[in-house]
Design a protein around this ligand. Structure first.
Ligand code: PGA
Length: 254
């Protein structure tokens, strides 16, 4: 079992409504069964719905932005900067989600800059990395992850507030979850990369989450792997199943 505190993140993507944000917070998030000593829980609604969740949520669940801007405040229409997120009391952000990379053209360097910006404003950054199906089939998964991580290493020295979310793109939203063995092997390779390129402390201390079709049916088995420190959950984070996923991590740690 991992020695690190687990983290379970819920990424709502571009889903939800004001009514959903309030009812899901009251009915599911405020009834999650976990000890915050074992597990950090972080939910990431859209920026429009964040205040409704923030206003209704209990103390033990944290909130995150799904994205932050490459820039500081200023004439950047449509963007929300890390400085504003911090001012709004938001302590976590995602960066580099595969949808940001593939649908919105974010480069490895962009993701690195966004990660640096979040860290600069005292946010914990959930840095998402992962390979496409063709890259997995071509045997270059570890090279792709290393490339994405190396771009961050160029801009960031202190990794203590980075959480890595390994999300194979072929597993996101497809129902094709990585097997525990495949996820463990890749997480171990990421940890080796941290040891070689950041520090032994970063390799030992950095939480590496698995994401991609995590559900109440597979979470309990995946979390038994020694290098899996929690999950980043998409679809199932909008359903009552999120309760079981958090509970599975809490039980395994307890
Ligand atoms: P999924 O998404 O759980 O719906 O596969 C995961 C993610 O995109 O973070």
């Amino acid at each position: 079992m991992s020695l690190r505190k687990y983290l379970v993140g819920g990424n709502w993507k571009s889903n939800g409504s004001m009514a959903f944000a309030k009812s899901f917070t009251n009915d599911v998030l405020n009834k999650l069964a976990f000890d915050p000593k074992n597990v950090d829980v972080v939910v990431s609604p859209t920026n429009l719905h964040l205040p409704a969740v923030q206003a209704n949520i209990g103390n033990n669940v944290n909130i995150a932005t799904q994205n932050i801007s490459l820039t500081g405040p200023g004439a950047f229409t449509g963007e929300v900067s890390a400085c504003m997120a911090q001012d709004a009391g938001i302590r976590y952000t995602l960066t580099g989600h595969s949808e940001r990379r593939s649908l919105f053209g974010e480069s490895d360097a962009d993701v690195a800059t966004k990660t640096k910006n979040g860290l600069m404003f005292d946010m914990t950054v959930l840095l998402c990395i992962g390979e496409q199906l063709a890259e997995r089939e071509g045997g270059v998964t570890n090279d792709v992850n290393a490339r994405q991580l190396a771009a961050v290493r160029e801009q960031v020295d202190d990794w203590s507030n980075i959480v890595i979310a390994y999300e194979p793109v072929w597993a996101i939203g497809t129902g094709k979850v990585a097997t525990p063995e495949v996820a463990q092997e890749t997480h171990a390779a990421i940890r080796e990369w941290l040891a070689a390129n950041v520090s032994k402390e970063a390799a030992d201390g950095t939480r590496i989450l698995y994401g991609g079709s995590v559900s109440d049916a597979n979470a309990a088995e995946l979390i038994t792997q020694p290098d899996i420190d929690g999950f980043l959950v998409g679809g199932a984070s909008l359903k009552p199943a999120f309760h079981q996923i958090v509970a599975a991590c809490n039980e395994h740690k307890a």
